[in-house]
Design a protein around this ligand. Structure first.
Ligand code: TXA
Ligand code: MG
Length: 319
C-alpha cells in the first residue's frame, strides 16, 4: 500500500527528497491534490502520465513556491504581470510564453511554446515547493477519467501505489481546480473556469476575457487548440528510413537517427518524445519516419501524439 504521511516538517523533507530524486509525490494545494514531479525532469514528468493512465499528453501546470520564481521560466506579458500581482499566490494558472532559457520539461508543456504556471497559496504546498527548490509539475492526483481528489484518501483510492508518497494536509479549502487564463495572447482568454472568477479577472484587466468555444478552440486568432507538431511530415510505423527521412527509432531500431529508448522502455520514450521530435524537425530532412511504438500503457499517449502530428498534414500520403 502507498505510504501516507502528514504534511509536517518531516513529511516535507521526505517529499522534497523523493521529488528531487525523480519520484512522484501527491500533495495538497488550496484547490485539489496534485500529483507532483520535478518539472525540470522529462523522465519524472513521463511517470505522471504513466501513473494517471491518460491516453494523451495534456500540458501540465508547473507550481512554484513564490510568484517571483515564475519569471525564471516564463515571459512577463503585461496581462500576465497584472494577473500575477492581483491573484498570486492563489488558485489562478497563467499560460505564458516559455523563456528561451526555460528549464521546464518539454514533455510537461507537451512540446508547446507556452507553459502553464501557478504559485499556490496553500502553506504546506509552498513549504514543499521551497524545500524542493525546483518547479513541480502537477496535474490533479487522480486517474484519468476520475474525479479530482480533495483528500489524501481520495488520492490513495484513485492512484494507489502508482504514487511514491502521499502528503496528507487535510481537505483542500477551495475544492475545485484553478482558473486557467491564457495571458500569452491579447486579450487573454479563459481556458478553464475555477477558483478565481472571470469577473474578478476582468476587473483587473479592465476589459473582457476572450472565451474558448468547445471544439473550436479560441475565436481570437493565432492560439490554442494548437498541439505541437513538427513542421516536417511525419510517417508512423516505419521499419526503415526512405531517402531524405530522419528515422526516430524505438528499442534499437536499426540505422535510427535517434532512438526514443534503445532499451525499449516506454516511460523513457515518452520522456524523450518532444525533445527528439524537435531535434529531428530540421530542414536537413524531408520527413520524419517513426518506428512502431507498442500501443500499451504510456505508448498509447505517444501514439496519440504521433497520429495527430501525422494527420495534421493532409498533403502527406506516404505509406
Ligand atoms: O488546481 C489546479 O490547477 C490543479 C492543482 C494540482 O494545481 N492542477 C490541475 O492540473 O488541475 P491539470 O493538469 O488537471 O490541468 C491543467 C490545465 C489543463 O486544462 C491543460 O490543458 C491546461 O491547464 N494547460 C496547461 N498548459 C497549457 C498550455 N501551455 N496551454 C494551454 N493550456 C494549458
Ligand atoms: Mg485534472
Amino acid at each position: 500500500m502507498v505510504e501516507i504521511v502528514a504534511l509536517n516538517e518531516t513529511g516535507i523533507a521526505r517529499g522534497a527528497a523523493v521529488l528531487r530524486d525523480g519520484g512522484l509525490v501527491a500533495f495538497p494545494t488550496e484547490t485539489v491534490y496534485g500529483l507532483g514531479a520535478d518539472a525540470t525532469n522529462d523522465r519524472a514528468v513521463a511517470r505522471i502520465f504513466e501513473a494517471k493512465q491518460r491516453p494523451q499528453f495534456n500540458p501540465l501546470i508547473a507550481h512554484v513556491s513564490t510568484p517571483e520564481e515564475a519569471w525564471d521560466h516564463v515571459q512577463r506579458t503585461p496581462a500576465g504581470r497584472a494577473l500575477a500581482a492581483a491573484f498570486w499566490p492563489g488558485p489562478l494558472t497563467l499560460v505564458l510564453p516559455r523563456r528561451s532559457d526555460c528549464r521546464l520539461s518539454l514533455l510537461s508543456s507537451a512540446g508547446l511554446e507556452t507553459a502553464a504556471i501557478r504559485s499556490p497559496s496553500h502553506a504546506g504546498a509552498r513549504a514543499l515547493l521551497a524545500a524542493v527548490g525546483r518547479p513541480v509539475a502537477a496535474p490533479s492526483a487522480n486517474r484519468s477519467g476520475q474525479l479530482s481528489p480533495t483528500t489524501a484518501a481520495h488520492v490513495a483510492r484513485s492512484l494507489g501505489d502508482r504514487v511514491d508518497l502521499i502528503l496528507d494536509g487535510g481537505p483542500c479549502p477551495v475544492g475545485v481546480e484553478s482558473t486557467v487564463v491564457d495571458a500569452s495572447i491579447s486579450p487573454p482568454a479563459l481556458l478553464r473556469p475555477g477558483g478565481v472568477t472571470a469577473e474578478a479577472i476582468e476587473a483587473v484587466l479592465g476589459g473582457p476575457l476572450a472565451t474558448a468555444v468547445p471544439g473550436e478552440g479560441l475565436k481570437s486568432p493565432g492560439m490554442l487548440d494548437s498541439h505541437y507538431a513538427p513542421v516536417l511530415p511525419l510517417r508512423m510505423n516505419a521499419t526503415a528510413a526512405e531517402p531524405g527521412e530522419a528515422l526516430l527509432g524505438f528499442a534499437g531500431t536499426r540505422d535510427a537517427t535517434m532512438d526514443l529508448s534503445p532499451g525499449g522502455d516506454l516511460v523513457e520514450a515518452a520522456a524523450n518524445l518532444f525533445a527528439m521530435l524537435h531535434a529531428l524537425d530540421d530542414s536537413r530532412y524531408r520527413a520524419i519516419a517513426v518506428a512502431r511504438i507498442p500501443d500499451s500503457r504510456i505508448g498509447r499517449a505517444i501514439n496519440d501524439r504521433l497520429r495527430r502530428a501525422a494527420a495534421e498534414r493532409p498533403a502527406q500520403t506516404a505509406v
